[in-house]
Design a protein around this ligand. Structure first.
Ligand SMILES: Nc1ncnc2c1ncn2[C@@H]1O[C@H](COP(=O)(O)OP(=O)(O)OP(=O)(O)O)[C@@H](O)[C@H]1O
Ligand SMILES: [Mg+2]
Length: 240
């Protein structure tokens, strides 16, 4: 499998006024195309920070980040925006849906950046169908339950057909049944060949992935394959 992401001794610190917050202290790993990886660690350990850097939403302080074998320090802002908009889908920790805006329009949003979006109507409908929300297409986002909002966020991440999806705590605010539905959707996407990078503080959620990278206090604590990962299938009892 081809290497999609490689970071070497990546460090990140935030500087606000006089205050320096060191978050990532030197992390190194690589992720191949088609993997399903969970980045796991306690609150404040730097998971979202790492996801934002890998997704070109924030910049590293020192170290190297290669995306598809390109050294990202050599990329122009336009090239980074291109990756961010067309190769990557994001499911954010806070859903970040537009309020008082329909499910359809929320899911459509990433396509509005595309030069040649193709059949927008068709793509939006398919993405909504993939998360089983066709019956809610015209509802406003603030009329949805937490689990439904999370599925809209996933549909929005999918609509561009990106090869890589980042999901930050996608089950964080959900009950176990709804969380199971979300994990099933992510596992199905992975089976279709998409690379999934899931951020979570929960061991149970992380065990739905094939590999876990544990971070603690800004360092990698362990990086291992999940033996006996938890598999959720379409007909499972959990989903009924
Ligand atoms: N913009 C910022 N400026 C200063 N410090 C920040 C900023 N963003 C995050 N931090 C700090 O960096 C650390 C890591 O934050 P991050 O959001 O990456 O943690 P996390 O692992 O995602 O936690 P959680 O599980 O609670 O979401 C925290 O101590 C946080 O306060
Ligand atoms: Mg976070």
């Amino acid at each position: 499998m081809t290497e999609l992401i490689k970071v070497q001794d990546l460090k990140k610190q935030y500087e606000n006024d006089e205050i320096v917050t060191k978050v990532l202290h030197g992390v190194s790993f690589s992720i191949k195309q088609g993997e399903f990886v969970a980045i796991m660690g306690p609150s404040g350990s730097g998971k979202s920070t790492l996801m934002h850097i890998l997704g070109f939403l924030d910049q590293l302080t020192t170290g190297k980040y290669f995306f598809k074998n390109n050294d990202t320090s050599n990329l122009s802002d336009d090239q980074m925006a291109e990756y961010r908009n067309f190769e990557i889908g994001f499911v954010f920790q806070a859903f970040n849906l537009l309020p008082r805006t329909s499910v359809f329009d929320n899911v459509k949003l990433p396509l509005t950046y595309a030069k040649n979006p193709g059949d927008i109507n068709d793509k939006v409908k398919k993405a909504i169908e993939a998360v089983d929300l066709t019956h809610r297409t015209n509802n406003l986002s603030n009329q949805l339950s937490g689990g439904e909002k999370q599925r809209v966020a996933i549909a929005r991440a999918l609509v561009n057909d990106p090869a890589l999806i980042f999901a930050d705590e996608p089950t964080g605010n959900l009950d176990s049944k709804t969380g199971g539905q979300v994990m099933r959707i992510l596992q199905n996407l992975n089976k279709q060949g998409k690379t999934i990078i899931l951020v979570t503080h929960e061991k149970y959620t992380a065990e739905h992935a094939r590999r876990i990278i544990k971070i603690r206090d800004g360092l990698i604590e362990s990086d291992f394959k999940v033996t006996n990962h938890i598999e959720i299938n379409d007909g499972d009892e959990l989903l009924k």
